[in-house]
Write a protein that binds this ligand. Structure first.
Ligand code: BDP
Length: 694
């Protein structure tokens, strides 16, 4: 007797397909009449072919029907409309038209028109249509165009294949295999970006290797640019400011030196010969040990303008980062970038944009907006977020960043009076900027699910969606992502969205409540290390930021302290001047508050601190329960993976709470009013020390 053992087990979902699953929807019949055929008024082009291919594959998956190509009158039509803004689109559904059938004029059947002025607009319209169907939404007319022109990912990927602050495996770019071997994953990456409107990518770390300025490496980079192009994505490179010395063998990299200028001019020419649509340079200069123009007594503007001159003939741009801070033990890092850049307002070349992090310190879990927003009306500013979770829990904590992104975008700078939000500063609507841009430090890596924590895919997604349209709500974005990625079951989807919506606040509660900041473990930034008092630089310690003493806790940034508040417009500073009126979420950012001082919550500072830390812990347990309720509603492999990560988060939250309570108690000398630490301070310090060993 023969037994044939067949295993038809459905391959579990490992998250690789992101939000682009395109599995058949239950209501497919609603859409099938539209899926019959496609026609286009556009001449063929690589981007148009991508649009056709994506539409075909997407509809085939979602409805079971692959549309056929027609020369005209398809059930889906790509229509040219020069009045639609660059990259924007309009989708029109079911407007009945007269069509000729066998010489007779009859009322036309169901169709969808995707209108745009360019092939890019068509591509984005296609992804919008697929997004609607994947969520099983009734098809509706929509018109949409991006609020900022450059929607960019910054990869902090190194030549050796590691990623600075990456928590999802190794770099996607296999530099040693390129240019001969082209990983198909590069294409999957490009289409994921295109599906959410990302149109620019800088592929290498801002702590840049000069290797990228050599013919050897440019040949590799060219291959990536070729893969990205049909998805409407422009490639940029981070450059090492000392490249003239390092690869050009010059004696100096002084931006005003004629030979240095000649080096950059010829290097740029060489790049454009390989990559005709190269976007330009991203530069981190005179920051954290990176070389820059100040070494030669020149300003950031001198450096930026020199590079700008080199890329100008090719319509390239220079993105110059404002992330600078001097190691001054008596200063306040909060003010450093402002002091360096504000005086340079109006002196940058037209093709330079200054890229500013969302907050003045460094991508903290909650941070007030950077005071440079609103302070440089004559300079286009780009907003930089960190999608990768360096300070927000690596890949073991759920932290839905859309909440943080929106908080910054919606902050009022008062640049041109009330209503001058950060969003309006960066989308150019206050100043008519030629270049407008939002950048996010990528959270992608070689992990099968791209982002380590599956729920962190939502952060990549949210970044793209908000860069396209900063008026979208975090709820809407979460709902879209969940329905495309996890489940379309309404109740389960609501539970999953709620987990995302709550996650940011929960994380802040057990790590940096009340405006505490920069108290993470030294160097790797894992876990708590509020006791860190010595480092290479004073502003890399924790005590520099929390300023705990026997009196109280927090950094006084009023006139009595560092006076950083004076950098903001008075109407902005006003809300944070009086500790009694300051939003508790920002309290310790601006005030040194007495341990026993009563807060607006009715509790003393110490009690509120204990209370928040402890509720953070409780909330993590609630998130675990919520996730557990999704068993059977989401894919089992995804379910188990996220479940494990939430358990890790729970473990870490106990460590954070206990570290903070026990350490700060040595200053407050008060009894712990909420929660009971599971370990001694010495035991916790040992755990954190071990995490920092090589
Ligand atoms: C800091 C990171 C460091 C980056 C730096 C930057 O710790 O690795 O190089 O930001 O933005 O937060 O340049």
């Amino acid at each position: 007797m023969f037994f044939v053992v067949c295993s038809f087990a459905v391959k579990a979902d490992d998250g690789y397909r992101l939000w682009l699953k395109f599995d058949k929807v239950a209501s497919a019949s609603r859409y099938t009449s539209y899926a019959q055929s496609v026609s286009s008024e556009f001449p063929t082009s690589p981007i148009l072919e991508t649009a056709r291919k994506e539409l075909g594959q997407g509809l085939k998956g979602l409805t079971g029907i692959a549309p056929v190509a027609k020369s005209a009158d398809g059930s889906i039509q790509f229509v040219k409309d020069a009045t639609i803004p660059e990259e924007g689109f309009e989708i029109q559904v079911d407007k009945k038209v007269q069509v000729k059938v066998d010489g007779l004029s009859v009322l036309g059947r169901k169709y969808i028109r995707i209108k745009a002025s360019s092939d890019r607009g068509i591509l984005y319209g296609v992804f919008e249509l697929l997004r609607m169907i994947q969520q099983e939404k009734p098809l509706a007319d929509i018109s949409s165009s991006p609020k900022v022109k450059l929607r960019m990912l910054n990869h902090w990927d190194n030549v050796m294949g590691t990623i600075e602050r990456g928590y999802a495996g190794a770099s996607l770019w296999k530099w040693y295999e390129l240019p001969e071997t082209v990983d198909p994953r590069y294409t999957d990456y490009a289409r994921a970006n295109a599906s959410i409107g990302i149109n620019a990518v800088s592929v290498n770390n801002v702590n840049a290797s000069a290797r990228f300025m050599t013919p050897e490496y440019l040949a590799k980079v060219k291959v990536l640019a070729d893969v990205f192009r049909p998805y409407g994505i422009k490639l940029f490179l981070s450059v090492n400011f000392a490249s003239p010395k390092l690869v050009g063998k010059l004696k100096t990299s002084d931006p005003l030196d004629p030979q240095v200028r000649a080096f950059w001019a010829s290097k740029t020419k060489e790049i454009y010969a390989q990559i005709p649509d190269f976007g330009g340079f991203l530069v981190k200069a005179n920051s954290e040990g990176e070389p820059g123009p100040q070494e030669f007594g020149r300003t950031h503007a001198d450096g930026a303008n020199m590079l700008a001159e080199a890329v100008k003939p090719f319509n390239g741009i220079v993105i110059w980062r404002a992330f600078v801070y001097a190691p001054n033990p008596n200063g306040d890092r909060f003010k450093e970038a402002y002091n360096d850049f504000k005086p340079l307002d109006g002196t940058f070349a037209k093709n330079v944009i200054v890229q500013v992090k969302n907050g003045p310190i460094d991508f903290q879990p909650r941070e007030p907006f950077h005071p440079l927003f609103g302070a440089m009306p004559k300079t286009p500013l780009a907003l930089e977020f960190q999608i990768t979770q360096e300070y927000t829990g690596f890949s073991t904590n759920v932290f839905y960043q859309s909440i943080l992104f929106k908080e910054c975008l919606d902050s009022d700078t008062y640049q041109n009076g009330k209503g001058s939000t950060v969003a309006k500063v960066i989308d150019g609507s206050l100043g008519n900027d030629q270049i407008t841009m939002m950048a996010g430090v990528a959270n992608t890596g070689s992990d099968r699910n791209w982002t380590g924590h599956l729920l962190s895919q939502a952060n990549w997604y949210a970044f793209g969606r908000l860069a396209w349209d900063h008026t979208l709500s975090s709820e809407k974005i979460a709902d879209e992502w969940v329905k495309q990625t996890l489940t379309r079951d309404d109740k389960a989807a609501k539970t999953a969205s709620d987990i995302l919506m709550k996650s940011r606040d929960t994380y802040v509660k057990f790590t940096t409540p009340l405006g505490l900041h920069h108290v993470m473990g030294q160097g790797i930034h894992w876990g708590p290390e509020p006791w860190l008092e010595r480092s290479q630089r004073p502003d890399w310690t924790s005590i520099y930021y929390h300023r705990a003493d026997s009196v109280g806790l927090g950094f006084d940034r009023k006139a009595s302290g560092s006076n950083a508040l004076s950098l903001y417009h008075p109407a902005v500073a006003q809300q944070w001047l009086d500790p009694a009126k300051t939003d508790l979420n920002y309290l310790l950012w601006f005030h040194h508050v007495g341990w026993k001082e009563k807060l607006t919550s009715g509790r003393t500072l110490w009690d509120e601190f204990c209370y928040r830390m402890n509720s953070g812990l409780q909330e993590v347990k609630d998130l675990q329960k919520d996730w557990d309720s999704l068993q059977g509603k989401v894919d089992p492999e995804i379910f188990a993976d996220v479940r494990g990560r939430l358990a890790a988060q729970q473990r870490e939250s106990v460590l954070w709470r206990d570290a903070h309570l026990l350490y700060f108690q040595t200053y407050s000398k008060l009894p712990i009013s909420y929660g009971t630490p599971a370990r001694t301070l010495a035991e916790i310090k040992e755990i954190v020390r071990i995490y920092q060993l090589k």
